[in-house]
Design a protein around this ligand. Structure first.
Ligand code: G3P
Ligand code: MG
Length: 249
């Protein structure tokens, strides 16, 4: 089994062109020829895995308050497209299951970022993997990632043969190599901000695994990072990055 990670991964779907983390975003990415998308998963109060980025509802919905304190029945009444543009009004927050159905229908791979609300690191990973394990067969087109080490640990423990990626904040923890080893990860997902050639080279030298960089919307920067050895990019503008990458790498 080997991961088939493409060079270009649509960030939160295709966040520059459709509301983030929605079914419409997945369709938009697929229409652009994107092979994989990155989506964030969190739990509602009643433990339903939904595709959502923030801890609170205000920015991307017409609701308010905390996602972790909202039941799915209430969440599904909310509207998650108008903030982005009138043409997207009426869009709903998808469950993980609904998102997977569209991904499979469109033949896309998935980087699922486990993005737990505070204190729910383990249960978010377990609930998401439980849903995935019932529907997703092709492990070569699935990468589970997280900034949260507890979530990656839980993923390792419940589905050890599924590939995991370690999301690195701008400031790297000192023990990143030990963490990578302990968590048994397959990719390093690095923050674009402040990222330098030496850092990528260090990962390649010390860990010998794919380097993915988030979030890269500038094609010149993508080419620079590619020249330094980066293997793939999370981007809000997948069409632009697809067009501008070097074809051989
Ligand atoms: O997985 C890459 C990227 O999505 C991590 O940051 O905040 O956009 O989820 P964020
Ligand atoms: Mg994310």
């Amino acid at each position: 089994m080997s991961l088939k990670i493409p060079k270009v991964i649509g960030h939160r779907g295709a966040a520059a062109y459709a509301p983030e983390n929605t079914l419409e975003g997945i369709h938009t990415a697929a229409d652009m020829g994107v092979e994989w998308v990155e989506l964030d998963v969190k739990l509602t109060r009643d433990q339903v895995p939904v595709i959502f980025h923030d801890e609170t509802l205000e920015r991307t919905t017409n609701g308010s308050g905390k996602l972790a304190e909202t039941d799915y029945e209430d969440l599904k009444q909310l509207e998650a497209g108008s903030w982005y543009g009138d043409s997207f009004s009426g869009i709903k927050i998808p469950t993980l299951e609904e998102a997977i159905d569209v991904l499979l229908e469109r033949g896309l791979g998935l980087n699922l970022e486990i993005k737990p609300c505070p204190g729910r690191e383990m249960e978010t990973a377990e609930a998401a993997l439980d849903v995935l394990s019932q529907i997703w067969d092709d492990h070569d087109s699935l990468l589970i990632s997280s900034f949260q080490h507890v979530s990656l640990e839980a993923a390792r423990d419940v589905a050890g043969d599924w590939k995991r990626g370690l999301l690195m904040p701008e400031e790297w923890p000192e023990n990143w190599k030990e963490l990578a080893d302990y968590l048994g990860i397959s990719t390093m997902n690095l923050n674009n901000t402040g990222l330098e050639r030496e850092m990528i080279e260090q990962v390649i030298d010390d860990l010998d695994m794919p380097v993915l960089v988030y979030t890269v919307n500038d094609p010149d920067r993508a080419r620079q990072l590619q020249g330094w050895g980066a293997d793939g990019f999370f981007t809000d503008t997948p069409d632009v990055i697809l067009e501008n990458l070097l074809s051989v790498h």
